[in-house]
Design a protein around this ligand. Sequence first.
Ligand code: PHE
Length: 451
Amino acid sequence: MNRQENQERAVFSSKFAAVATTVGSAVGLGNIWRFPYEAGVHGGGAFLICYIAFVFMIGVPVLCAEFAMGRATRSNIFGAYRSLQPHQPWYLAGYIGILASLLILSFYSVVAGWTIEYCLSSLTGSLDFSDREVGHEQFMQLTTGWRPVMWTVIFLFCNFFILIGGVTKGIERACNVLMPLLFILLIAFCINSFTMPKFKEGVEFLFKPDFSKITPSVLLGALGQAFFSLSLGLGCMMTYASYFSNRTRLARTAVSTVMLDSMVAILSGVIIFPAVFSFGISPEAGPTLVFEVLPFIFSQLPGGAAWSTLFFLLLFLASLTSTVSMSEISITYFCEEKKMTRKKALFLSSGIALCGGLLCALSFGPLSDVTVFGLTFFNLFDYFSSNICLPLGGMICSVFVAWFMKRNLLEQQLTNFGKYKFSIIYILVFFLRYICPTAIFLIFLNSIGIL
Ligand code: PHE
């Protein structure tokens, strides 16, 4: 980002930087950890088909809407709604975004903490998954008790120091190189999947939809995953778009982000499920699935520990680019709306995330019996933010842009002030007006049993 002299806000230096940063926010644990576990719990192929449909039918239009709002107003989520409709309470949607971002930051940091643990254990050679029983035992030790609490705190510290040290730029630059490396690594592991004894079963589980398995909870899960994976519905992409230069083409950036993001999720599925079946692990294991399966995969590879170290290191960095983006929502709110200094804002949001993070980290150990609505803190934060807050935020954004934002303002953003043609704007507006809000609303009704 360049801070231009006569402009208060920074602007990304190039179109590539804009895409790289949005992809940096989108690609993270959501694709590699959350996608396989949600797909596993929700029946594989049935989930995948709903997820892909939502990503393209709802994700792309809502992403365009967030981009347009962010760049048109060059403001955070509150400021964006307020400057487009000053006398109406639309800006309240910003509170949903802040709540969601802090909840996500809490449980995300726990999982990111596991990646540090796994990276270091692989490096020191103490990760032994050659035997299923020993492996499981070891995994339980690593993720329960007080150790994960320590890693959660360490991860939040890393996030804090990146944000406070202003090294975001450095991280972004490093990620421009490292994320393609992660992608290559995923492709290599994917090819390795072909050698798994139950490759066929795994791939069939993921790609062969059993339509009878599409239940309300599958629909809601896939909707939540689409929003979570694209960092949508909480104003994150809006805030990032407020830093885009006027040359960035919004719809193209949206489509590239969505394609890359879904590709990473699918690759991850192709890596995980053949191994799940080959090693006799239940696909329904939930949030711990990927961490149980990956070490088995590495233990089969020559030089497994090195692969494992590299992979978890890259995953840790991918998580950081995502947490930096979600932290930015509450930080810009406290700074721009509450007039706090950046340092104070950062302390406040990190403090909240730390409290939430502790609850989530302990959910696998000492607090595993404490449940709210039958869910542990970890699962509650995950479910409530991804399946309720994000789709709700996305629904409000799509209704707002389609019905309340001036059409010429939207057109200006999508055509880069008339520089390019964007003839499908009518289709986009149609989706934002009718399809996206109705689909989200129906899925909500359906999941609470009204429909
Ligand atoms: N999209 C990120 C991922 O897939 C998670 C995220 C959610 C980031 C919401 C920012 C905001 O890992």
